[in-house]
Design a protein around this ligand. Structure first.
Ligand SMILES: [Zn+2]
Length: 485
């Protein structure tokens, strides 16, 4: 009898906070500057220097705690996490351990159309480490370089509960979390620049079993797709081990993008390996209830609320609302378009179809879209008024996307206006009928499928611009009429 297995996944996300200065000093957090130009005695750990916590960073972390339904701790404490690595000038990282800033919240994802809360165990603040760069040319191959610009950049670490049951759920959770960070405008959520990093704890167990299996920790996944792929691979690997009657080893494994496998990196690490202790240079963080309330009052509308509002206000399906609120910019685009052309479902259809398809193909975000909400609304109005057909509109949209031009100008320049003038259509029908007397006779004898042929002739004559509905009506009338052609 074969056992059915289920994966148990928990995620740890590090997100960079969008403050202008670092977490414990005044150095700039700008990305991409010359190495080691954004440093000072504090972030390079010189003896005698003292860290001072950045109030803005704390405010941002509280925002995230509130947005994920966490309890904000009135008292939290920075601790030293000791380990030696060349990118860590102090020999320890300032983080939070026993007393994190926020605890016990959740983020909702949708699974099979139902809402599923994923527990947030804790959110804590910490400083980032520097960046190692290994020599890439033959001359420098034996060297490693270190850049301390990133050292001391403020991070929040968000630790989920082991509530995730598939790689797809993991992807949904990450997208939701990133959307929340972006809605709050406290992080770019950019994975390529390392502003949003994810490690995953994964184990498998027989379905119905309560205890967790032995887990491994996955690292080095720098896109949502890689997270999903790495999890899929690791789940398969662990199931195979169990099926062979072997045991999974608790360890840290790296995702190897090129080979699409996970490889062992190091054995298990326990918290005591880091010898955490309270940082004596920093006073405990005492957070006033009133400050928390002030921040709560100023929270913007968050993805989940916006989605519910879209469903209620615009009467669009939940599926549409989920996608349209996936980023704030996309949601704004939608609302602006609906304001100008108040047919909510039509707008949604065009955005979810043509618009997002083009953007995805070009790997562009909505704020890089050459078609403005004004232009899209104008085009939809032209369809509604019958100036262009729905079919021609597809070409108009493509042209708008390529050139950034207004639809009115495109239609005029290309001569794509739909023919609604019945006299003009009748003229084309007359020509089609006159030119094919034999076929008209056949049609009248009962060969009804010839109708399509005549429609085709009329369309050819009008270069595809005749209103199809009018062509159908007028052509039927004409062919029905008795008498000589
Ligand atoms: Zn500094």
């Amino acid at each position: 009898m074969s056992v059915e297995y289920e994966p148990v996944i928990g995620l740890e996300v590090h997100a960079q906070l969008l403050t202008r200065s670092k977490i414990f000093c005044g150095c700039s957090t700008v990305f991409g500057e010359e190495p080691n130009t954004l440093t000072c005695p504090v972030c390079t750990g010189q003896p005698g220097s003292l860290p001072v916590v950045n109030r803005k960073a704390v405010e941002f972390a509280i925002k995230l705690g509130l947005a994920t339904h966490c309890r904000i701790a009135p008292y939290s404490l920075f601790a030293r996490k000791n380990y030696f690595y060349p990118d860590l000038p102090k020999g320890y990282q300032i983080s939070m351990y026993e007393h994190p800033l926020a605890e016990d919240g959740f983020i909702e994802i949708s699974v099979d159309g139902k809402k599923k809360p994923i527990k947030i165990i804790r959110i804590h603040m910490e400083e980032d480490a520097g960046k190692l760069k290994h020599g890439e040319t033959p001359e420098t191959a034996s060297f490693s370089y270190v850049d301390f610009n990133r050292t001391g950049v403020p991070l929040v670490e968000i630790v989920s509960g082991p509530d995730i049951r598939s790689p797809m759920e993991a992807g949904d959770y990450l997208r939701k979390l990133r959307a929340i960070l972006q809605y709050l405008e406290i992080s770019t959520g950019n994975m390529e620049e390392g502003s949003f990093r994810c490690d995953a704890n994964v184990s498998v167990r027989a379905k119905g079993q309560n205890e967790f299996g032995t887990r491994t920790e996955l690292k080095n996944m720098n896109s949502f797709r890689h997270v999903e792929k790495a999890l899929e691979y690791e789940i398969r690997r662990q199931i195979t081990i169990l099926q062979d009657g072997e045991e999974v080893v608790q360890e840290t494994r790296l995702w190897d993008v090129d080979q699409a496998i996970t490889v062992s990196m190091r054995g298990k690490e326990e918290a005591h390996d880091y010898r955490y202790f309270p940082d004596p240079d920093l006073v405990p963080l005492r957070i006033d209830e009133s400050w928390v309330e002030e921040i709560r009052r100023d929270l913007p509308e968050l993805p989940e609320d916006k989605k519910d509002r879209f469903v209620n206000k615009y009467k669009i399906p939940e599926y549409d609302a989920e996608i349209l609120t996936s980023t704030k910019a996309l949601a704004n685009y939608y609302e602006e378009c609906v304001r100008l052309f108040p047919e909510a479902k039509t707008v949604s259809n065009w955005m979810m179809g043509d618009l997002l398809r083009e953007l995805k193909r070009d790997e562009r975000e909505i704020d890089q879209c050459p078609v403005t909400p004004q232009h899209l609304a104008e085009m939809l109005a032209m369809i509604k008024e019958g100036t262009i057909s729905g079919k021609i509109a597809k070409d108009v949209f493509e042209e708008m996307y390529q050139t950034g031009e207004r639809p009115g100008k495109i239609v005029r320049d290309k001569g794509w206006t739909q023919i609604l003038d019945t006299r003009e259509i009748e003229k084309a029908i007359e020509k089609a009928v006159q030119g094919n007397p034999k076929l008209v006779e056949d049609y009248r004898q009962g060969k009804e499928r010839l109708f399509g042929f005549f429609v085709g002739e009329v369309m050819k004559e009008t270069k595809g611009k005749a209103n199809p509905k009018l062509v159908n009506e007028l052509l039927k009338e004409k062919l029905k009429a008795k008498g000589k052609v």
